[in-house]
Write a protein that binds this ligand. Sequence first.
Ligand code: FES
Length: 277
Amino acid sequence: MIKKTLSAKPKKPDNQLKNGLLGWYAICSSKDINNKKPYNFTIYNEPLVIYKDKESNLRCVKDLCPHRGASFIGGEVIDGELVCPYHGARYSSTGECTNLSRITCNHIVDSNYDNYASKIHLYQYICKEIGGYVYIYYNGKAKTNLSDFVVADNINNRLLNSYGFDISSYKYEEVVVDFKCDWARIIENHLDILHLFWVHGDTIPDNDVNRDVITSFNQEITREENQIESKYKYKDKSKGEFIRIKFLPPGRIVIYKGEPEEARYIQVLDHIPLAKK
Ligand code: FES
């Protein structure tokens, strides 16, 4: 029998975008960011770049120069300012253009051009670097002023060490995989333990995982405000727990064997939806 322990009645989700979830997404490892070039990526079809500003804070901005709409790919970071590769506009960490005189030439467009140019400004998302990872708070609406963001959930609830896992004491490797499928499908796949035996039974080095022992478990689900945790326990009680899976919306899934403090194996899966589907 499947045992379900629902600690709180789920509220209607208030963190939904049209095609996914808003919130904190882990985008890349800190070592992917360098001081000279912007790091580019796409989330929900929106091209963005991350760079390090003068104070070594990470900035996540739309990959669209507000001057004439060029991409920042191929641009540079000089003295902590983002520099567009098309006409060399430079932007401060708060998003203002710092060399306006270089990019204004009113005869090219119209007599209002100087007026227009003085208003150009980068659009940003909140970006943080914590524990070797880079996170953005994504809601689909970049802003010119970061203080205009309403951050509905605390990033600390998403971090591995917030529930006892000390990443500094583990050896690990990072892999990036581009799954060509619907984002919700891959989340669902990583939460579905039963398919492991059949699909991955020949490749996972665990005697308990193979096609011959496909089995179901007693599942215990705990739902809290910011996470859902499933413990899969063998029906044969003498064998105890098989695996635990923690889903930390919007995109982080953590799979581990045993108590978080003592797990001998852990997988952290951060899902970044590249497109709207
Ligand atoms: S488009 Fe970026 S400086 Fe002109």
